[in-house]
Design a protein around this ligand. Structure first.
Ligand SMILES: Cc1ncc(COP(=O)(O)O)c(C=O)c1O
Length: 397
C-alpha cells in the first residue's frame, strides 16, 4: 500500500533531497563541534555555518550579516513581527500593526498577541475574491505610527501570490518596516530581497526539500529588530542558541538546488497543476477554484466543493491512497472553515469543503491521472456522507 500511496501535499512538507542529506551527514558525526567553541572542532562547525550563511545571502541577494538562522518558518515570522514591532515602539513610539487577513497563523497569532498583551492596535487589510492584497489598500492605511506591515508572499491554502514589490515600495517610501512570509514561495520563485523591497523575509527549509526544524529570517541591516529569544550572542545577538549546524548546512544545500533547478521544477509542476485544475473543474459539479487563476504558486491547486466535509474527503482520499490537505497542515482536524477561506467571503456550505492538492518536483503525471480518475467518485461519496449527517442532525433536532 505504502508503495502505491501518492503524495500530493508538498505545501505541507517535502522529502529531504538525497543530495541535501549527503551534505548534512558529516555534521552529525565527525564535524559535531559547537560553532561558538574556540578549538578546531568549533572552527569547523563555524566555517560550515558561515559558508551556509554566504550561500543563503547570495541566493537572496543580501549581505551574509542580514541572514538570521532560526528553528523554523514560524520562528522567523515570530521574530520578524514581535522583534520589529517592539523595536519600532521603543525607537519611534509607534503602535499600529497592519497585516492581511490571509496570513499564516505564525504571523496572525503573533500580531494578535502583540495587540492583546502588548497593547498594539492591529488592523487587517482587505483582500479581493482571490485573496489578494491591493497596494492601494495598503497605501491608504499606512500611518506615521505604523510599526510594521506584514503581507504573505504566497498563500499556503489558496496559492495566491501578492504584489510584494509594490507594497514594499510604498512602505519603504514612508520608512515603515515591511515583512513578508515567503515560506511557501521559497521552493518555487526566485527571491531577491532588493527587488521585493522587503525589510524582513521568512523561509522554512522543509518546504524546499530541506530538513524540518530550520529556517531563515532575512533582516535588512539598519532596520531595528529586538531579539525574541535572548541569551548568547549567536546570530549577531539577534537569536540566542547554539546553531543547528547539520540542518543549516542542509537548508543552504537545498536552497542552492532551488536556485539551480527552479525553472525546470516550475515548468514540470505548472503543467501538472493546470491539468488538475482543468479536469477537476470539468469533471466535478459544484466545484470552484480558490485563489488566483494565474497569479498562484506553480505547484498549487485548491478548490471548494459544495456540500462536502473537507476532513471527511481527506480521510476518503487517504483510504484510497492519496495524501492531500484541506488547507494548511496545521488546520486539518478543525471542522470550521479556515480564516483564509472566510476572508474570501465563500458561503459556509462551500468553504467547509476545501481541498488543496500540491505537486512536487518528483510527482509523475501518471500518479496525477490516477488521482483525477478517483476524485469524482470520492467527492460523490463525501457528498452523500455529509447529506446523511445533515439529514440525521435535522431529524434529531
Ligand atoms: C505560509 C507559511 N508560513 C509559515 C509556515 C510555518 O513554517 P514552519 O512549519 O517551518 O514552522 C508555513 C507552514 O506551513 C507556511 O505555509
Amino acid at each position: 500500500m505504502e508503495n502505491t500511496f501518492i503524495y500530493l501535499d508538498h505545501a505541507a512538507s517535502t522529502p529531504v533531497d538525497p543530495r541535501v542529506l549527503e551534505a548534512m551527514l558529516p555534521f552529525f558525526e565527525q564535524n559535531f563541534g559547537n560553532p561558538s567553541s574556540i578549538h578546531r572542532f568549533g572552527q569547523k562547525a563555524e566555517a560550515a555555518v558561515e559558508s551556509a550563511r554566504e550561500q543563503m545571502a547570495a541566493a537572496l541577494n543580501c549581505q551574509p550579516r542580514e541572514i538570521i538562522f532560526t528553528a523554523c518558518g514560524s520562528e522567523s515570522d515570530n521574530l520578524a513581527l514581535r522583534g520589529a514591532a517592539l523595536a519600532a515602539r521603543r525607537e519611534r513610539g509607534t503602535h499600529h500593526i497592519l497585516i492581511s487577513p490571509v496570513e499564516h497563523h505564525a504571523v496572525s497569532r503573533t500580531a494578535e498577541q502583540l495587540a492583546d498583551v502588548f497593547g498594539f492596535e492591529l488592523e487587517y487589510l482587505p483582500v479581493d475574491a482571490h485573496g489578494r492584497v491591493s497596494p492601494e489598500d495598503v497605501a491608504v492605511r499606512l500611518r506615521p505610527e505604523t510599526a510594521v506591515v506584514s503581507v504573505i508572499h504566497a498563500n499556503n491554502e489558496i496559492g495566491t501570490l501578492n504584489p510584494i514589490a509594490e507594497i514594499g515600495a510604498l512602505c519603504r517610501a514612508r520608512g515603515i518596516p515591511f515583512h513578508t512570509d515567503a515560506v511557501q514561495s521559497g521552493a518555487h520563485l526566485p527571491l531577491d530581497v532588493d527587488a521585493l523591497k522587503v525589510d524582513f523575509l521568512s523561509l522554512g527549509a522543509h518546504k524546499f526539500y530541506g530538513p524540518k526544524g530550520v529556517g531563515v529570517l532575512y533582516a535588512r541591516q539598519g532596520v531595528p529588530l529586538l531579539p525574541v529569544q535572548t541569551g548568547g550572542a549567536q546570530e549577531l545577538g539577534r537569536r540566542a542558541g547554539t546553531q543547528n549546524v547539520p540542518y543549516i548546512v542542509g537548508m543552504a544545500a537545498a536552497f542552492a538546488l532551488v536556485q539551480q533547478e527552479h525553472s525546470d521544477r516550475a515548468e514540470h509542476e505548472r503543467a501538472l497543476r493546470d491539468r488538475i485544475i482543468g479536469r477537476v473543474l470539468e469533471d466535478i459539479p459544484e466545484a470552484r477554484l480558490t485563489g488566483h487563476p494565474t497569479e498562484r504558486l506553480p505547484n498549487h491547486a485548491s478548490f471548494v466543493f459544495q456540500g462536502v466535509d473537507g476532513n471527511q474527503l481527506l480521510m476518503l482520499l487517504d483510504v484510497a491512497g492519496f495524501a492531500c490537505s484541506s488547507g494548511s497542515a496545521c488546520k486539518t482536524g478543525n471542522p470550521e472553515p479556515s480564516e483564509v477561506l472566510t476572508a474570501l467571503d465563500l458561503p459556509r456550505e462551500w468553504a467547509l469543503g476545501s481541498l488543496r492538492v500540491t505537486v512536487g518536483k518528483d510527482t509523475n503525471p501518471e500518479d496525477v491521472e490516477r488521482f483525477l480518475d478517483a476524485l469524482p467518485g470520492l467527492i460523490a461519496k463525501a457528498r452523500s456522507l455529509r447529506k446523511a449527517t445533515t439529514d440525521n442532525t435535522v431529524s434529531n433536532s
